[in-house]
Design a protein around this ligand. Structure first.
Ligand SMILES: *[C@@H]1O[C@H](CO)[C@@H](O)[C@H](O)[C@H]1NC(C)=O
Ligand SMILES: *[C@@H]1O[C@H](CO)[C@@H](O)[C@H](O)[C@H]1NC(C)=O
Ligand SMILES: *[C@@H]1O[C@H](CO)[C@@H](O)[C@H](O)[C@H]1NC(C)=O
Ligand SMILES: *[C@@H]1O[C@H](CO)[C@@H](O)[C@H](O)[C@H]1NC(C)=O
Ligand SMILES: *[C@@H]1O[C@H](CO)[C@@H](O)[C@H](O)[C@H]1NC(C)=O
Ligand SMILES: *[C@@H]1O[C@H](CO)[C@@H](O)[C@H](O)[C@H]1NC(C)=O
Ligand SMILES: *[C@@H]1O[C@H](CO)[C@@H](O)[C@H](O)[C@H]1NC(C)=O
Ligand SMILES: *[C@@H]1O[C@H](CO)[C@@H](O)[C@H](O)[C@H]1NC(C)=O
Ligand SMILES: *[C@@H]1O[C@H](CO)[C@@H](O)[C@H](O)[C@H]1NC(C)=O
Ligand SMILES: *[C@@H]1O[C@H](CO)[C@@H](O)[C@H](O)[C@H]1NC(C)=O
Ligand SMILES: *[C@@H]1O[C@H](CO)[C@@H](O)[C@H](O)[C@H]1NC(C)=O
Ligand SMILES: *[C@@H]1O[C@H](CO)[C@@H](O)[C@H](O)[C@H]1NC(C)=O
Length: 433
């Protein structure tokens, strides 16, 4: 064999290996996909390939459902290909899945540090792109654990109590730019899990309220209907708590995504036909801490912010100018424990507020319903409690932040007040009948 025929043999082998003749859902080492070719999941509903957003000529590696107007994942979101036809995705020498431009520069990598030579990438029927170890077949990386802007069924949206690792969904910068945008959402407070929306990753922007095994109690607009099939899983073994959606019916599919304005967009398909696409609307009351500490927000009243009973504006002029940031402070001191005035013995008591979004910084307690009130009363730092049968006893100390009054939904929130004030409120209630 001379040099030329060796080369020729190599080229033939090489070219055969390039063809995706056996399965169109897998890339093995030596194979690549070049724009505009795609990988197709075995059930043919998901594709992995390059796409351009509307009004953009940049190319991004993405996974989509049915068509590239339903993108569920973006790879090189911050490093677009500026040349239409030059993108290529392949398994690199170090075993990672990579996106290369025409100069073979790596624009994106799955970045697994444990080198797994001879790995393969497969687009599963769930839309999950997995990187499999060639030797063991184990999953070493998956797009479902590194999502971009969207949640889809079977994805695990959660947080690891042990490592503190969180799955973060991040909005696009704009409808034509998938790069990391201003808004993101994570699952926080593993003991009373709730969805937290962030502005620029650090500032809380909105919170859903804790999950009660059916709904997030601070988001009545996300009615149980939307959330049918959603489950909160507490995996004690690996320390994760996560929200996951299970298809109740194989002919259904849904995408929950975060749009560039930080809103949730729900899209539903039945038998591959889009049946609904809706934006979950928010009011100013849904903005985190809108009325400040000890303030409560009611979108249907004017002004929309007021102080909780027993509290008054911290800075009155500011409050009257509708600047709610400083919030409210207690108007009468709490006694805490028993207080004797002459022969009278009085204790603090609780004022019931109905249909409330509970404040942030909840402490969960294993007290039963009839013990919850006593637990709070006996602890001088406890300023409020609430009980929900799906969650249990919730207590708060310190500032009460991000409270809202709903017209329906929410829970009963009990605010600690001095006994004397409870009398006044009852009197006021009686008078107002
Ligand atoms: C791969 O795709 C080609 C063309 O799209 C098709 O003819 C072939 O049947 C597919 N192979 C598999 C295994 O799905
Ligand atoms: C990219 O390709 C599209 C059509 O395939 C074409 O309209 C557009 O001008 C191209 N853009 C660049 C930058 O080559
Ligand atoms: C764009 O891609 C084409 C085809 O792959 C290549 O010929 C051309 O040099 C590339 N242009 C740039 C600017 O990289
Ligand atoms: C490839 O490299 C050449 C020369 O460095 C550069 O001019 C060109 O813009 C590069 N193309 C891409 C797509 O980065
Ligand atoms: C991969 O790692 C490099 C270097 O640590 C980093 O710059 C890059 O952003 C990472 N890429 C992804 C997709 O995480
Ligand atoms: C890579 O995997 C293929 C298929 O599993 C196997 O035939 C081949 O020997 C492996 N190569 C190496 C270097 O492990
Ligand atoms: C694309 O551009 C058109 C015309 O300027 C505009 O009407 C449309 O809203 C743009 N779409 C996106 C997603 O930016
Ligand atoms: C988020 O951060 C970016 C860059 O730091 C800044 O330009 C932008 O104004 C911030 N957005 C908001 C709403 O604060
Ligand atoms: C699934 O939904 C389709 C369309 O609504 C319906 O025809 C079918 O009976 C449902 N299947 C099951 C098992 O519920
Ligand atoms: C509202 O009050 C806060 C705190 O006193 C102050 O920092 C802020 O500038 C005020 N905002 C406006 C719009 O006046
Ligand atoms: C004690 O009782 C008297 C008379 O009822 C009342 O005027 C006074 O304010 C009470 N003091 C406190 C600290 O509650
Ligand atoms: C009282 O509540 C605080 C804050 O929730 C807590 O840290 C403390 O352990 C509680 N004290 C008792 C005696 O339960």
């Amino acid at each position: 064999m001379d040099f030329t025929s060796v080369t020729l043999a190599f080229i033939i082998v090489c070219c055969f290996r390039q063809g995706l003749s056996t399965a169109n859902d897998t890339i093995t080492s030596g194979q690549f996909i070049r724009d505009p070719h795609t990988l197709i999941s075995a059930n043919s509903v998901f594709k992995l390939g390059f796409f351009s957003p509307q009004n953009s000529s940049y190319r991004y590696l993405g996974i989509w459902y049915l068509s590239d107007s339903n993108i569920i994942w973006v790879g090189n979101r911050n490093q677009p290909l500026t040349n239409n036809s030059s993108g290529q995705v392949q398994i690199s020498i170090d075993g990672n899945l990579v996106v290369l431009d025409s100069n073979k520069t790596v624009l994106w990598s799955s970045n697994v540090t444990r080198i797994a030579a001879n790995s393969t990438a497969k687009l599963l029927e769930t839309g999950n792109l997995v990187l499999l170890d060639g030797a063991t077949g184990q999953t070493i990386w998956e797009s479902f654990q590194h999502p971009s802007h969207a949640l889809v069924p079977k994805m695990k949206f959660g947080t690891n109590k042990r490592t503190g690792e969180k799955v973060r969904i991040t909005s696009w910068r704009s409808p034509s730019d998938p790069s990391v945008g201003y808004y993101s959402v994570t699952l926080e407070k593993p003991n009373t899990p709730e969805m937290f929306f962030w502005l620029n990753e650090t500032r809380p922007y909105h919170r859903s309220g804790p999950w009660n095994n059916q709904i997030f109690i601070g988001s009545p607009e996300m009615s149980p209907g939307y959330l049918n099939g959603w489950n909160m899983i507490n995996d004690i073994e690996d320390g994760t708590v996560y929200l996951s959606y299970n298809l109740l019916n194989q002919s259904y599919f849904g995408i929950m995504s975060l749009n560039p304005q930080g809103q949730i967009v729900c899209s539903w398909w039945i038998n591959e036909k889009l049946v609904q696409r809706m934006v979950v609307q928010r009011t100013p009351c849904d903005l985190y801490g809108y009325c400040g500490a000890f303030g409560t927000c009611n979108f249907q009243s004017s002004p929309i912010c007021s102080c909780l009973s027993g509290y008054k504006p911290k800075i009155v002029e500011e409050w009257h100018r509708k600047n709610w940031t400083s919030g409210c402070v207690r108007s009468e001191p709490l006694y805490c424990g028993e207080h004797t005035n002459g022969s009278e013995v009085s204790k603090d008591a609780f004022l019931k507020l109905e249909n409330m979004k509970v404040p942030d910084f909840v402490h969960w307690s294993d007290s039963l319903e009839d013990e919850c009130s006593a637990e709070c009363l006996e602890n001088c730092s406890c300023v409020a409690y609430a009980y929900d049968s799906g969650i249990g006893c919730m207590v708060w100390s310190g500032d009460l932040i991000d409270i809202q009054k709903f017209s329906s939904g929410g829970v009963d929130l009990y605010i600690r007040v001095p006994h004397s004030e409870l009398g006044t409120f009852l009197f006021v209630l009686l008078l107002s009948r």
